[in-house]
Design a protein around this ligand. Sequence first.
Ligand code: ADP
Length: 481
Amino acid sequence: LRAADLFAELDHVTSPSGGRTGSAFDVLNPSTGELLATLPDMGIEETRVAIAAAHAAQALWAAKPAKDRSAILRRWHDLIVEHVDDLAAILTAEMGKPLGEAKGEVLHAASYVEWYAEEAKRVYGETFPAPANDRRMLVIKQPVGVVGTITPWNFPASMVARKISPALAAGCTVVLKPAEQTPLVAGAMVALAARAGFPAGVVNLIYAAEGAPIGRELCSNPMVRKISFTGSTEVGRLLMRQCSDQIKKVSLELGGNAPFIVFDDADIDEAVDGAIQAKFRNAGQTCVSANRIYVQSAVHDAFAEKFVARVRQLTVGDGFSAGVAIGPMIDAHAIEKIEAHIADALAKGAELRCGGKRIGTVGTFFEPTVLSGISHHMRVAQEETFGPIAPIIRFHDADQVVAEANDTIYGLAAYFYAENLKRVWHVAEALEYGMVGINTGRMSSEAAPFGGIKQSGIGREGSRHGLEDYLEMKYLCMGNI
Ligand code: ADP
């Protein structure tokens, strides 16, 4: 996928160029600061054109037999898999994550497209017994309509697939605005979608340096029937507010503050493994990252010692270098937040077990860090850090730790390690989270419903439930039979 070919292809799928503001924005490599591409900075006019194109394509796309929609999605999947190395390289260049992780992400993205290629054929309705003999009652499912999607930088490929493929499978058309830090892999995926054969207007792409004006247009334009957003709770709240005038549907996948609890009956080596995955994947820049690690007194010291030893082995560097486990932070703001959380914890009595500092002056690298002696009220345990910082909190009482784990506005992911079956059920049911990993540090899958409760969001992505989010239910009542 050479850049020149890519952008030539994109002309078929992006909003037509009319009215371009003429301004542009740069995409940089966070490992090196190098300029990767300069893209047109699209604005409200381009967004309107894209929405109109999506609206014009909607009825024909929805009317296409499910089998045909499925076949195009399947071709898109095959192309993503065929180009996995190119897509992973683009992703690592613009986002920084290790190439192996980038490849994993692209294949994960493909698995959603495959899943929804299959689910597209299974949009079932329902019939039910009417209370009177002279009527028949049934439900059909229809696409919501044009969907505006806004995606974040931390999983720039899989977020695109997660939102767009169920929408397309359901018969919706989409306008996609990827994050300004990582528009290139999204652009490449949309170019592959065009090659796969989605008709013009079905997938529309907006590149923009700033999300706010695009978001406002997507929320206020009556042709858009739904907003699907992944990003911060703050922006999610704003979008929901903006959607309220038109009672527009929303799917929101927002911030988290995931507890990771190690009980005294856990397999400690397994728990250390899981914590490394749940904390340091994507350098801690995921909404399901373990944000606070609670360890029960009896196993606290053994866990902390083994965990610190493993963290010391994690290599930080450019995602293209062999053996690197942790790439750069996305930008300088991310580093400032991490430093502020560490400073707050240390000032309140925490102990620095390893790491704690920025690395070098080129790129935005930060040492993987472990803090112990953390209390629930420190910033690092209250706010989503979004970085490679693992705060360890000692706890004594199992009921108390569940109460502390639930004491947050967030409810996305939680993890715990325990062997006792009674405890496993008890804790799994008591945690107020949309997803609970039990004896595992990793749970995202196209086969399962990903999403949060409380202020972590609305709706689910993945599984058959993910398709429902893009369908409306219509009740048909046939009388006088
Ligand atoms: P982060 O802080 O991780 O960058 P954001 O929620 O700011 O998370 O960004 C996620 C996505 O939301 C990006 O595509 C970004 O451009 C977009 N965005 C940011 N602010 C707004 C806004 N006011 N309205 C709509 N989209 C926005």
